[in-house]
Design a protein around this ligand. Sequence first.
Ligand SMILES: [Fe+2]
Ligand SMILES: [Fe+2]
Length: 168
Amino acid sequence: MTPGICNALHDDHMATVRLLEDLETALTRAGRKKPPAPDDAGLARLLDELVAPMRQEITDHFAFEEEHLFPRVEQLGDTPMLTILKGEHNTIRPLAERLAGLIAASRRDGFDADAWAELYDLGLELAERETFHIQKEEMGFLPLLGHMLAPDEDRALAAAYADAKARS
Ligand SMILES: [Fe+2]
Ligand SMILES: [Fe+2]
C-alpha cells in the first residue's frame, strides 16, 4: 500500500531537519573564526552528503508542493499561509544553491577564511529558515491538506510524488 502524500512529505521533512541539525552542530563546533583543517574528513563528508538531499528538497519537494498541493489548498479560498510558504521557498532556493556552490568550490580549493565565513553564515541561515519553514508546514499546511484529500486523491498524489522523485 502506498503511504499518503502527507506521510511522504513528513518523512522528507524529518530527514531534512536531521541533516540541518547535523550541519548546525558541525558548523558551531568548527567555529567561524578559522577554516577547518584540510584533513577534517568528518566535516568534508557531512558537507558532501548534504548536497544531494538539499537539492532534492529545493527542486522536487518544493515543486510538488507548489504545483500540486498549494493549489489544492487554495481551492478553499485566499490563504495567507500559502503566500508565506511560497515566499519562503523563494528565499531558501538561492541560499541552498549558493551553499552547494561553496561546497563544490571547497572540494577543489579547500577553504580560505572568507569562503569559510560565508559558508558558515549561509549554513546557519539556511538551517534556521528551512527548519522554521518545515515547522510551519507540519503544523498548519499538512493537517489542512490531510483533511481535504479523499483516499483515492491522496493515493494518486503519493504515487505522482514517488514518480517525480524517482525520475529526478
Ligand atoms: Fe515547503
Ligand atoms: Fe515541505
